[in-house]
Ligand binder design. Structure first.
Ligand SMILES: Nc1ncnc2c1ncn2[C@@H]1O[C@H](COP(=O)(O)OP(=O)(O)OP(=O)(O)O)[C@@H](O)[C@H]1O
Length: 283
């Protein structure tokens, strides 16, 4: 089933439309959530309410909020692992329930916090999960460069052929941050239209995080990106930020707009900004 399901062992019932729409060849407007509500089957309460959100091609969108706010649930609906109970989600104006679920999901590369680590070579760790045909694949090295992984890979004794983990006699252990970069390279390798990152930088030190997101917008090119992060330094480089609380979007805007508002976003990140000692964080 590809990269998307690497991390998810759930497969709820999702209906296949009788006459599916063809996916757009090039995405123009992107994804829109329109007044979306959701309740997990068997759950007594609504997990998402009244969600309005959009992700356009080439745009980096961030989702922030305290634990349990509903961020991962929103991603599950975005990737059509569940359908809304109210409202709708559209891709270029068409309800996503009108597309074949499998084709629709192929638009997404998702990296969750507990991304996979394969006891295999660096090269194999990047191209596992690639469901595109060989002719369609971007080069493994290109994807690694895009993910900021090429530097450490080229310093390994056998470069891209280096076996990873000590399960091999000559296997190398790499750091969590380096595994994270390989997961990002895996996402870049696929010709997906959207990259979804759920806490992508939790294990990265500030320097590695800076490398990973330096010129990120240019590196995603025409793709749309949605990231969940608890780190101000990651979130503030997004084009647009949604703040969630108890299943609702309670604030949205650019970093600057949200700081000026002095609301929930401001409160969430004020302690972190103090640690950054970085005046820019507040601009
Ligand atoms: N499969 C499920 N069935 C029922 N309730 C669920 C399920 N998964 C999550 N929930 C509930 O939905 C709410 C939102 O959870 P979700 O994981 O979307 O939050 P989150 O904002 O991503 O949190 P975190 O920052 O901790 O990852 C929580 O109250 C959670 O307990």
């Amino acid at each position: 089933m590809g990269l998307l399901f690497e991390f998810l062992d759930i497969a709820p019932e999702i209906a296949e439309p009788a006459h599916p729409e063809a996916l757009p060849e090039a995405i123009r407007d992107g994804i829109r959530f329109e007044k979306v509500g959701f309740q997990y089957p068997g759950s007594p309460e609504q997990t998402l309410s009244d969600i309005d959100l959009s992700i356009r091609p080439g745009q980096v969108v961030a989702l922030v909020g305290i634990n349990g706010a509903g961020k991962t649930t929103l991603i599950k609906l975005l990737c059509r692992l569940y359908d809304p109970v109210q409202g709708r989600i559209t891709l270029d104006g068409i309800d996503i329930r009108q597309y074949s679920p499998e084709q629709y999901r192929s638009l997404f590369s998702v990296i969750f916090q507990d991304y996979s680590q394969y006891a295999a070579s660096v090269k194999e760790n990047i191209h596992f999960g690639d469901i595109a045909s060989p002719g369609e694949r971007l080069s493994i090295m290109g994807a690694a460069i895009n993910a900021g992984a090429d530097g450490f890979i080229s310093r390994l004794a056998q470069g891209y052929d280096t076996p990873l983990t000590r399960m091999f006699d000559e296997g190398h252990e790499i750091s969590i941050g380096q595994w994270q970069k390989l997961a990002l390279a895996r996402a870049f390798l696929r010709k997906s239209s959207f990259i979804i990152l759920d806490e992508p930088t939790s294990s990265l030190d500030p320097e590695a995080e800076f490398e990973m997101f330096e010129n990120f917008r240019e590196r995603i090119s025409h793709r749309g990106a949605l990231m969940i992060s608890h780190r101000l330094s990651t979130v503030r480089m997004a084009d647009y930020i949604y703040v969630m609380d108890q299943g609702r979007i309670v604030e949205s805007g650019t970093h600057q707009e949200l700081i000026q508002k002095e609301g929930i976003y401001y409160t969430l990140f004020s302690k972190q900004a103090f640690h950054y000692k970085d005046a820019e964080a507040w601009q």
